[in-house]
Every structure is written in structure tokens, then in C-alpha cells.
Design a protein around this ligand. Structure first.
Ligand code: ATP
Ligand code: MG
Length: 505
């Protein structure tokens, strides 16, 4: 064994990078082990030691070290260190292993690298060199771990971004997500186009909350809600005395949104005068409050939306062409729901689930008949209309399944359906009669169906019906019994398995 101890110069050699790590040293030569421990402790690392490969692997499992430094010949002449390396890598590829090799065993060093060793250090070594290589191995593995964690974080974020509250996996929505992913991180102005209720504001918020501005304000302004002069002072603010009634200085919404995003909804309704002011802001990011001579610099990203196609406004010159080009650098078009009906079941279920979560009850199911109607309807009010229909149906349905009469008349008429009579109050007696009829009809066409199986059939249906009623009452059996117009005793009797006597009768 030959080494040079110059521990005093360690800090210089590692460039002053002090990192605490847990290092496992596997070395069967006690004097070498002592030297390694002393040297690495100088760097303030936590050291654990093992004098054979098996003990070392136990420690890897129980102590989860940041780095393993192992002699390759343990005991002398035997490459047990190589086995240790392979076991460590099998357990967790991310743990860096640095091997110490003898001068005469270079091929073993190469084998070790192939087996996943981070580095090898040939004996005899200079202690500074050893410390530097160990430090580098730790830094490198930490960098790799960070990179892995970052990737995982990005994937999570993207999933969240895509699936958290924007629902739909139709190809049209996939195209929307792709565009959103491309622009979310940038400061580029986005114009969101789409009919009323297609989710324009939802998308605008998703862009903001997935941008570097997420921690700053998201300010939404409906440009159609105010007359021009009021909207101007809302957006840009005014100086005291700028007009009659301007008793104080007012900070505008652009300033409130500084660092964040301003969402200009229904931009098509913006008056021409204000359009010029907005264009100036987009060009130099400065604004002038009404009645002010000074300009104020503001860092705001603009997302605009319209449900009215701007083409006609451009033609009759009520919308500035230069502003249009400026804001429509990146247009995102949200398809109407009728053009992506494959998203309807997913959206309907999503809304039922969110509504049920609010009341802490299980979400109702949608009957096939209702689903067919939801599919066929043209949804002029788009996703908002579907959301409202699900709110209403959740409130009306009383047996855990949404039926046709739980849908608004407008939707039923829209698909040319007869409006069915209002829901009959559920009653077990009525269910019994209906079931006997149903089962008898089934038995009629099914040779060999016995009286015994008719009874079982009725029992099963009753149990299902009662369970749905209990679910609809949030698990409250007493309420369920009342809603079914039976006593608690009957409810329990009906839920119990049919007795032998019953079965025989
Ligand atoms: N893809 C979607 N996934 C889940 N919810 C959605 C989706 N699209 C819209 N919604 C919901 O539908 C409702 C209407 O959406 P939003 O207000 O964003 O529409 P809009 O296009 O801005 O409508 P308007 O033009 O009338 O202002 C909101 O409650 C929104 O959360
Ligand atoms: Mg909107």
C-alpha cells in the first residue's frame, strides 16, 4: 500500500465545494480503511464502514448511503468488491459506486466501469486525487438525481396542466393542449376563439397558472360590460380630476395585474379609441392613466378572447386590423361541443363527480338512454350547458340513476324526444309488480326458468334497487326506507338473503 497524505490542501482541491454526504467505505485492509475514514471525515462527510462485501451490502440496504467507495479485491486477491458493485446497482442504479483497484488489475477496473461503477481509483493514489474524485462522483450523482426529479416534476405539471380541470381527450382538444403547452411558458399574446361556454376563460387561466407569472395576479375583464370611458379608466386608471366624478387617483387593472396576466374577454366589443390605446400598450408596454401626462411601465401578458368572429368587424372597420394582427399571433380555437361529442360522456361524468364530491355522496349513474340523448343533442350552450344539465339532473334524480325525466325539456325536445311524465315516486310495491311482470316475461321466453329462479331474480332486483336508494340518501338507511315507502324492518328483510323457507315456497 502506498499513499500520500496531504489532507491540509483538501479544501483547495475541491474548489471549496462543501457537501455533506453519507459515504459507505468497504475495505478489508484496516490501515487503509483508517486512512480513508480520516481523509473523508475532513470533508465533513458522514462515514460508515464495512470490512467485507456482505456487511457492506447490508449497510447499503439499511443506511441508504449517497456513495459507496469499495476496494475491488476483498479479501485480497478476490474480486468480492465487484459482486458488491453489481448488487448495489441491482438494488438502486442511482447510488454511485467508486472502486479502488490495484495497479496490476486494470482489466478489473474496466469490468467495474462496465458493471456501472461511476469511477475507479488506482492504488497507490494521492489522497487529494481520491477526495476530488469522490466529491465529483457525489456532485455528478446529485446533478443526475436533480435532473430526474425535474423531469418527473415537469411530467406531473404537464399532467396537471392537461387533466386537472380541462376535460376532454378528443383529437380537437388534443390539438388545443398541444398549442397550450407551446405557449404557456412564453409571454406571447394569445387570442382564444370559441362559442360561448366552450371554456375560453378556463383555458386562459390554465395558461396563466402554467406560466412563470403563476404567482402573480390573473385579472379578467369583460370588455362588453362597460361603456368605453368607464372601461378605459378601469383598465388604465385615471388621475384625480381627469373627468367629472374622478375625485381620487385610480390605479387601473393593468397596474393591478403587473407581473401577471390580464384576460380581455369579449375583445370584439372594445371601442375603436380604446383599441388604439391597447395597441400602444402592446407595442411599448407603457400606459398613460386618463388625465395624466406621465407614462407608467407595466409588465403584463395579454390573453384575449372572443366568441364573435372578428372577420366581419375587420371588414366593416370596427376592429383595427393592426390590433388584430398583434393579438392573434397565436390563436387557440376551442371547438364547439357538438364537434367533439366523444368528450360528452367524460365531461358529464366529470361534472357529476365534482357535484357529488361537494355533497359527499356517490355520483349518480347515467342510463344508456340518457347518454344517447346527451350524445345526439347539439349543445348550443356548449360545455356550460352540459354542466348546468348535470347540476339539475343530480338534484332531481332520486334513485342513483339519471333518467330521461331528469333532463331539461329543452334538451329532450332538441333531440325530438317525447317529454316523459314526471318521475313516479319510487315504491317497492310498484317495483315488485313491475319486476314480477318483467321476470314472468323473461321466464315465458326462457325454457327451464323455474319458480325458484323467478324468486331469486326478484330478490336480486330488489336488493339492487334498495342499494341504489341507500346510496342516493348518502348511506342513510332510514331515509332510504322512507323514500321507498317501507318500514326499516321491511328494508332489512328485503336486503337479507332469501331464507330456505322462502326459496321452497
Ligand atoms: N373542457 C372543459 N373541461 C371542464 N370544464 C369545462 C371545460 N370547458 C368548459 N368548462 C366549464 O364550463 C363553464 C364555461 O366555461 P368558460 O366560462 O371558460 O367558457 P367561455 O368560453 O369563457 O364562455 P363565455 O363565452 O360564455 O364567456 C365553466 O364552468 C368551465 O369550468
Ligand atoms: Mg368567458
Amino acid at each position: 500500500m502506498c499513499l500520500f497524505l496531504t489532507v491540509g490542501s483538501v479544501a483547495d482541491n475541491v474548489g471549496g465545494t462543501w457537501i455533506m454526504a453519507k459515504i459507505l467505505i468497504a475495505e478489508d485492509d484496516p490501515s487503509m480503511l483508517a486512512v480513508l475514514v480520516e481523509a473523508l471525515k475532513e470533508l465533513n462527510h458522514e462515514i460508515i464502514t464495512a470490512n467485507n462485501a456482505d456487511r457492506a451490502f447490508d449497510l447499503v440496504q439499511s443506511q441508504d448511503p449517497d456513495l459507496v467507495l469499495t476496494d475491488i479485491e476483498m479479501p485480497e486477491g478476490q474480486p468480492k468488491g465487484l459482486e458488491l458493485l453489481r448488487s448495489v446497482k441491482e438494488r438502486d442504479r442511482a447510488i454511485p459506486v467508486v472502486v479502488l483497484t490495484g495497479y496490476a488489475t486494470k482489466e478489473r477496473a474496466i469490468t467495474a466501469l462496465r458493471a456501472g461503477a461511476q469511477d475507479f481509483i488506482e492504488k497507490p493514489f494521492h489522497i487529494d486525487e481520491l477526495l476530488k474524485r469522490v466529491e465529483n462522483a457525489i456532485l455528478q450523482s446529485r446533478a443526475e438525481r436533480l435532473a430526474r426529479e425535474n423531469t418527473a416534476l415537469k411530467i406531473n405539471l404537464r399532467d396537471k396542466f392537461r387533466f386537472d380541470n380541462i376535460v376532454g381527450d378528443s383529437p380537437r382538444m388534443e390539438a388545443v393542449y398541444r398549442m397550450m403547452e407551446r405557449v404557456a411558458k412564453t409571454d406571447v399574446t394569445v387570442l382564444i376563439l370559441g362559442e360561448s361556454g366552450t371554456g375560453k376563460e378556463l383555458v386562459a387561466k390554465a395558461l396563466h397558472y402554467n406560466s412563470r407569472r403563476a404567482a402573480m395576479p390573473f385579472v379578467a375583464v369583460n370588455c362588453a360590460a362597460l361603456p368605453e370611458h368607464l372601461l378605459e379608466s378601469e383598465l388604465f386608471g385615471h388621475r384625480k380630476g381627469a373627468f367629472t366624478g374622478a375625485a381620487f387617483d385610480k390605479v387601473g387593472l393593468f397596474q393591478h395585474a403587473d407581473g401577471g396576466t390580464i384576460f380581455l374577454d369579449e375583445i370584439a366589443s372594445m371601442a375603436l379609441g380604446l383599441q388604439s390605446k391597447l395597441l400602444r400598450f402592446l407595442q411599448d408596454h407603457e400606459l398613460r392613466r386618463v388625465g395624466d401626462t406621465d407614462t407608467i411601465k407595466v409588465d403584463v401578458r395579454i390573453i384575449a378572447a372572443t366568441n364573435e368572429p372578428l372577420q366581419k368587424k375587420l371588414e366593416d372597420k370596427t376592429f383595427r386590423e393592426d390590433l388584430f394582427y398583434r393579438i392573434s399571433v397565436i390563436p387557440i380555437e376551442l371547438p364547439p361541443l357538438r364537434e367533439r361529442t366523444s368528450d360528452v360522456p367524460l365531461l358529464a361524468q366529470y361534472f357529476l363527480q365534482t357535484i357529488a364530491q361537494r355533497s359527499g355522496t356517490p355520483p349518480p349513474a347515467i342510463s344508456d338512454e340518457v347518454m344517447a340523448v346527451l350524445h345526439a343533442y347539439r349543445w348550443p350552450g356548449n360545455v356550460r350547458e352540459l354542466q348546468n344539465a348535470m347540476e339539475r339532473a343530480s338534484a332531481l334524480c332520486n334513485d342513483g340513476i339519471i333518467a330521461l325525466y331528469d333532463l331539461p325539456e329543452r334538451i329532450l325536445r332538441g333531440v325530438g324526444k317525447e317529454v316523459p311524465p314526471p318521475a313516479p315516486a319510487p315504491s317497492l310495491a310498484r317495483l315488485d309488480a313491475a319486476l314480477v311482470e318483467q321476470a314472468a316475461a323473461a321466464a315465458h321466453g326462457t325454457p327451464g326458468l323455474s319458480a325458484q329462479s323467478l324468486k331469486d331474480f326478484i330478490h336480486q332486483q330488489e336488493v339492487r334497487f334498495i342499494q341504489q336508494a341507500i346510496a342516493a340518501c348518502g348511506g342513510d338507511k332510514e331515509k332510504a326506507a322512507a323514500s321507498l315507502d317501507v318500514s326499516m324492518a321491511t328494508l332489512y328483510r328485503k336486503l337479507a338473503p332469501p331464507s330456505v323457507e322462502d326459496a321452497a315456497s
